[in-house]
Design a protein around this ligand. Structure first.
Ligand code: AMP
Length: 392
């Protein structure tokens, strides 16, 4: 039976088996919840620490329905779940966030149309379905621009930079060839994100604004609090809360943003779940983003988002392994450094295997400590700044 409050002792289902589900599960179990995990893979990072792990395809209606029947409330750690799967779940148990939030955020075009319709600031964009559309979009938007596939886009996947003079027919043929969005290149000075939560009663909470540094389009380092003016901080927070309210979100969401030179902010993208840039909150906030997702989804009062100390997070990608185990002991030489590993056995290039978190008296000190700790893992651990348009 659907209720609105699910207290400790209830069973929560998590769709998706990655590290976000793993950290959610660890926190939820600590609070006395039972966690059932559903993902296509056995021995998944989340499944390893759940009470029950179901490994079946999202398209398997019988398995999905049996899973939904076994839980009190269901949530997601991954938004690219087929719409039909979400419908099967929602027909059986409370599903938070709702299918409509997932429907919007799993497609870049729908997401941008929603944000534009809500009067929220985003870069100029145009839908592209053919080479002719692309030529027209370039005429309207101008170059440089970024061509992005509408579905399954994250970590810069399915993206292509377009410059003055590029031939639209050649670019279209050589890259995506499916539904896409052309978006104007944004000459940002910083990338920011805000994690927000919204309860079923409409209560909201926002985490401190993070500054994110990407490397090869993948988040590399997050620094909190971001080094920005108070007015920018207020605007970023307001934008994130407005997105959550307009979406009528019940759950947790990351709002990624670009900060422009004069202090304007544009939204880059949304993720209706815990986010890599919110990992700092696991160690550095009164309530982690994972506990907050649980509290929002289970109808509990949202927890305090206060930051305990300035912090910085550095991702650990599979590239660090280079045929041998990284030097964990060396990375942990600093008493201010925490290690998180996600239980993944195959360290592939670009695969998120874990992260380090460091504290400091200032965000800059925390950043320096976390970069130094990662550098001690292997020579390849030294990070540099880059963006979609920087030379590779
Ligand atoms: P996304 O998967 O859309 O978050 O893009 C990954 C990264 O590519 C972003 O974090 C930015 O660093 C860069 N990027 C994406 N869109 C743009 C844009 N319109 N202008 C400049 N850089 C972009």
């Amino acid at each position: 039976m659907k209720k609105s409050i699910y207290p400790p002792g209830s069973t929560v289902g998590v769709m998706g088996g990655g590290q976000l589900g793993r950290m959610f599960t660890l926190v939820a179990r600590r609070m006395g919840y039972r966690i059932h995990s559903f993902s296509p893979d056995a021995d998944s990072p989340a499944g390893q620490v759940a009470d029950v792990e179901i490994a079946a395809p999202y398209e398997d209606e019988a398995a999905v329905s049996a899973f939904a029947k076994g839980v009190d409330v269901l949530t997601f750690e991954f938004e690219n779940i087929p719409a039909r799967t979400i419908e099967w779940c929602a027909a059986i148990c409370e599903t938070r966030p709702s299918g409509s939030v997932l429907h919007i955020t799993q497609n870049r075009l729908r997401e941008k149309e929603f944000l534009a319709g809500a009067g929220l600031p985003i870069a100029p964009f145009k839908a592209v379905g053919t080479a002719e559309d692309l030529a027209e979009a370039i005429r309207k938007i101008g170059a440089p621009a970024v061509l992005k596939s509408t579905a399954f886009g994250y970590d810069g996947k399915g993206q292509h930079a377009l410059f003055h003079g590029d031939d639209p027919t050649r670019v279209w043929g050589a890259t995506l060839g499916s539904q896409a969005v052309l978006e104007k290149f944004v000459p940002f000075v910083k990338e920011l994100s805000v994690i927000v939560a919204r309860g079923a009663d409409g209560s909201v909470a926002a985490y401190p604004v993070c500054q994110n540094i990407h490397r090869n389009h993948i988040l590399d380092v997050t620094i909190v609090p971001a080094g920005i003016d108070e007015s920018v901080r207020r605007t970023a927070r307001e934008i994130a809360l407005t997105v959550a309210e307009k979406l009528e979100l019940v759950g947790l969401m990351a709002v990624e943003m670009f900060l422009l030179e004069k202090g304007d902010i544009l939204i880059n993208e949304l993720a209706p779940r815990p986010h890599n840039s919110g990992h700092f909150s696991f160690d550095a906030c009164i309530t982690s983003q994972f506990e907050q997702q649980l509290r929002a989804v289970c109808g509990l009062t949202l927890g305090s988002t206060d930051l305990l100390r300035p912090a910085a997070m550095a991702n650990l990608l599979g590239d660090l392994w280079e045929g041998r185990e990284p030097n964990w002991t060396a990375a942990l030489e600093s008493p201010m450094v925490k290690l998180h590993l996600y239980g993944k056995t195959a360290p592939r290039k670009g695969r998120k295997m874990g992260h380090l978190l460091a504290f400091g008296d200032t965000a800059a000190e925390a950043e320096e400590t976390v970069r130094r700790a990662r550098g001690r893992l292997s020579p390849a651990g030294t990070a540099s700044r880059s963006s979609l348009f920087s030379p590779r």
